[in-house]
Design a binder for this molecule. Structure first.
Ligand code: KG4
Ligand code: ZN
Length: 342
């Protein structure tokens, strides 16, 4: 079964053709990130205009890469939320039109559930997470711990009360005079710093639940820079110590969740999962009887492959058929503030 996935939740315009939930036939991603860099963050109005501009070329590119035509596509999948309204609308409207014109089912996918399915994009069954598993979604917009009991049976067990962890990286980078997005910048300079040099707080590390908070940690870095006139000379140590504090909390809470729910696997995804330091902390601390899954960068950050994969595994409950559900397809609207749900 071949599913055409469309993802436009933020600044990436992405299309992918995925066979049987794991085999990527072709994928294409365009991003307006470079334009946002000059503003120091994503500008929603610019993001949605670029979505509209990139949609058709990206769609065509995915078909060229896959060397197939629309006739062999069985269904369409699209991100329905969360994300930026204007950006989401471009993908959802494109998918609605294609579904009705091509007369193929449409499967709306929660973007966060999609991220979880980046762990299933592999041909080998040994490398797929085993149920039940814990997923940590760590991105610029989300810090969620999710218990995945089965396909279509998931539970949000904790999330951030304020800033997402990637957002904290972006804000601390800005404090240190580094460009957006801050995560890769902090990671780079942290390599030349001592992570034990400054004792930043580990927010909520002993709260006994799976909630996170990163805004206080960011404020501690701000206070440190205000109290230390020569902080610029100490940037590497600040970056390394901040990164260590944030990751200590992510790793501890994820592993506590694994143990509490007797999880067989742990999946770490989202932009922050690109961080080598975080990867090695998970690799060194995950118990040997738990399999650790960290998708490659190209699949962990926003793209449409995992939207198609999630749709493949959830199609029985989510698919809308153009013949029987025509009105539902026409009425389908993005939900910018969706949380992780079944
Ligand atoms: O998943 P993503 O590409 O987009 C969404 O937010 O949905 O995540 C982007 C976030 C940004 O906040 C960025 O600073 C962070 O992920 N990030 C990193 C690294 N690469 C990207 N954070 C820490 N270390 C990295 N190497
Ligand atoms: Zn995402």
């Amino acid at each position: 079964m071949i599913i055409l996935g469309i993802e436009t939740s933020c600044d990436e315009t992405a299309v992918a053709l995925v066979k049987d939930g794991f085999k990527i036939l072709g994928m294409s991603v365009a991003s307006s990130l470079k334009i946002h860099i000059q503003y120091g963050g994503i500008v929603p109005e610019v993001a949605s205009r670029k979505q509209a501009e990139y949609m058709i070329p990206v769609l065509e590119d995915a078909f060229i890469k896959a060397s197939i035509t629309k006739d062999v596509v069985d269904a369409l999948a699209v991100t329905i939320g969360p994300g930026l309204m204007g950006s989401l609308l471009v993908g959802v409207d494109t998918a609605k039109v294609l579904s009705l014109v091509w007369n193929k089912p449409l499967i709306p996918v929660n973007h966060l559930v999609g991220h979880i399915y980046s762990g299933f994009l592999d041909e080998s069954s040994e490398t797929k997470p085993d149920f039940p598993f814990i997923a940590l979604i760590a991105s610029g917009g989300h810090t969620d711990l999710v218990l995945v009991k089965q396909h279509g049976d998931i539970e949000l067990i904790g999330s951030t009360r304020d800033d997402a962890v990637g957002e904290a990286f972006d804000k601390v980078a800005r404090l240190l005079g580094l460009p957006y997005p801050g995560g890769p910048e902090i990671e780079t300079i942290a390599k030349n710093g001592d992570p034990t040099s400054i004792e930043f707080p580990r927010p909520m590390i002993d709260s006994g639940d799976f909630a996170f908070s990163f805004s206080g940690l960011k404020t501690s870095v701000l206070t440190y820079t205000k109290n230390n006139d020569n902080y610029v000379d100490n940037r590497n140590n600040i970056a390394a110590s901040f990164q260590q504090a944030a990751f200590d909390v992510l790793v501890k809470k994820s592993l506590d969740a694994v143990s509490k729910y007797d999880a067989k696997s742990l999946l770490v995804t989202g932009g922050v999962a690109a961080n080598q330091k975080l990867k090695s902390m998970f690799a060194n601390n995950t118990p040997s009887n738990v399999s650790l899954h960290i998708p490659p960068l190209s699949l962990a950050t926003d793209n449409a492959t995992y939207i198609a994969t999630a749709a493949y595994f959830l199609k029985d409950t989510l698919a809308l058929d153009p013949t029987n559900n025509r009105e539902d397809i026409i009425k389908l609207e993005p939900d910018p503030s969706l949380e992780v749900t079944n």
